[in-house]
Write a protein that binds this ligand. Structure first.
Ligand code: IMP
Length: 175
């Protein structure tokens, strides 16, 4: 049984980095009517904090993908279980994701969303396990690069739990 053991990124570090990312996005999209698409369920807490620091007019939509289930390893099979509802025509889209690991989920989502013909499509990711990448994906805004460890908290789960932890923590076997 894996449980949260050590803090990797504190709530204060998260808040300050999310604020910085939002400033960068606000500068880049000052005059754009932005559409923020967050990936359910993991990115919801990150997206909620991020949008409250964004200064341009924006709307929000959601996409849900099949998660890891009980395991900490990706099956490599990605499936959309809830699609966006908004019309993408002429919209600048920011896809908000909690973590990029192998890159398979993000690659699939980017292919899917670009088929809806947005004016532009960028990606904001809070955590990047760069050493685990199997496919290259364009990450426009990145919060933290982290080592190859399974993390929970701030929206991220293990078997559906621990999303509510305010810090990002590494899981390990219970003693
Ligand atoms: P990828 O397709 O391998 O890049 O995996 C991306 C998805 O895997 C994320 O959206 C998360 O749902 C999940 N994931 C990857 N690493 C972790 C982790 O350390 N903790 C929790 N979820 C993770």
């Amino acid at each position: 049984m894996l449980t949260p053991k050590s803090t990797l990124i504190t709530r204060q570090e998260i808040q300050s980095r999310v604020h910085e990312m939002a400033k960068e996005i606000s500068r880049a999209h000052r005059d754009d009517d932005l559409m923020v698409i967050s990936v359910l369920k993991g990115a919801v807490i990150f997206a909620s904090d991020l949008v409250r620091h964004l200064t341009m007019p924006l709307s929000m939509d959601f996409v849900a993908v099949e998660s890891y289930g009980q395991s900490t390893e990706s099956s490599g099979i990605v499936k959309i279980t809830r699609d966006t509802e908004a019309d993408f025509t002429g919209r600048h889209v920011l896809l908000v994701e909690d973590i990029v690991d192998t890159g398979l989920t993000l690659r699939y989502l980017l292919q899917h969303l670009s088929g809806k013909k947005p004016a532009s499509l960028e990606v904001a990711v809070l955590l990047d396990k760069a050493s685990r990448r199997q496919v290259q994906v364009p990450v426009t805004y990145r919060g933290f690069e982290i080592p190859d460890a399974f993390v929970v908290g701030y929206g991220l789960d293990y078997a559906g739990r621990y999303r509510n932890l305010p810090d990002i923590m590494v899981v390990a076997e219970e003693d």
